[in-house]
Design a protein around this ligand. Structure first.
Ligand code: DX5
Ligand code: ZN
Length: 211
C-alpha cells in the first residue's frame, strides 16, 4: 500500500487533498500534532474533520499527540482504516488499544528512530501494525535516518503489519530490498512533484519487487 501525507506540498492544502484523492494512492496519511508530544501543530481537529468527513480514500491516521483519547471518538467516525499512536505519550495505551480494536480499525504503534525497538515487545501481540518512523516525528521533508532499517529488520518476523513513515524517496527504496513493508508512507517526495502519480508509481515498484 502507498499512503500519501499532505503535510508538506507544493500546492495548497485543498489542492493537495484533491490531488491525492484523485491519485493512485491507497490511503491518505493524516498527520495530527498537538504542540506537546511534538513542538509543532498543523491542523486543528475541527479543520481535519471538516476536510475529511466525506473522504473516499481510506484514512491512515498518525497521531503525534499526548492525548489521543480526546480525538479518537471523532476520528473513528471517519473512513478510518488505521490509527497509529506513539509509545511515550500521556494517555494510557491499553485504553487506546481497546477503543480502536472495538471499532474494527487497525491499531498501530509508532517507533521513532531514537527509541529502543524493544519497547514495542509487550505490545506486539495486542496491536496490528507498527509504524517505523524514518525521521523524528514533526516536520515533513526531513532526511531518512538509517536506524529505521534496523528497526524494520527486527520486526520482520514478528507477525505484524509494518509501515514506514518519513524520508521515504526513490533512493531510500534501495535500502528496503528484501524487507516486507505493508504500508509505505510518503509526503514531500510525492507532493513536492507536480504529477503525484509519477512518484506514487515509482514507489509502487517496491511492492512488485519485495512482496
Ligand atoms: C513526520 C510525519 C510524516 C511526514 C512524511 O512527522 O509523520 O508522515 O509527513 O513526510 P516526508 O515523506 O516528507 O518525510
Ligand atoms: Zn506520519
Amino acid at each position: 500500500m502507498i499512503s500519501v501525507s499532505y503535510l508538506k506540498s507544493m500546492y495548497s492544502k485543498e489542492e493537495t487533498l484533491a490531488k491525492i484523492m484523485a491519485s493512485e494512492a491507497d490511503f491518505l496519511h493524516v498527520d495530527l500534532m498537538d504542540n506537546t508530544y511534538v513542538p509543532y501543530t498543523n491542523f486543528t481537529l475541527n479543520e481535519l474533520l471538516l476536510d475529511l468527513k466525506d473522504s473516499k480514500k481510506p484514512l491512515d491516521v498518525h497521531l503525534m499527540v499526548d492525548n489521543p483519547l480526546k480525538y479518537l471518538p471523532y476520528l473513528l467516525k471517519l473512513n478510518v482504516k488505521i490509527i497509529t499512536v506513539h509509545l511515550n505519550i500521556k494517555d494510557n495505551l491499553g485504553k487506546i488499544i481497546s477503543l480502536v480494536k472495538k471499532s474494527n480499525v487497525l491499531m498501530g504503534l509508532a517507533i521513532n528512530p531514537s527509541e529502543d525497538v524493544h519497547l514495542l515487545d509487550p505490545y506486539l501481540d495486542k496491536i496490528d501494525y507498527v509504524l517505523v518512523m524514518g525521521v523524528n516525528p514533526g516536520m515533513g521533508g526531513q532526511p531518512f535516518k538509517m536506524n529505521a532499517i534496523n528497526n524494520l529488520k527486527y520486526l520482520q518476523d514478528k507477525n505484524i503489519l509494518l509501515g514506514l513513515d518519513g524520508g521515504v524517496n526513490g533512493e531510500v527504496l534501495k535500502y528496503l530490498e528484501g524487507l516486507k513493508i505493508a504500508n509505505l508512507v510518503s509526503g514531500s517526495y510525492v507532493c513536492m512533484h507536480p504529477v503525484f502519480d509519477e512518484k506514487i508509481r515509482e514507489l509502487k515498484k517496491y511492492f512488485s519487487k519485495n512482496n
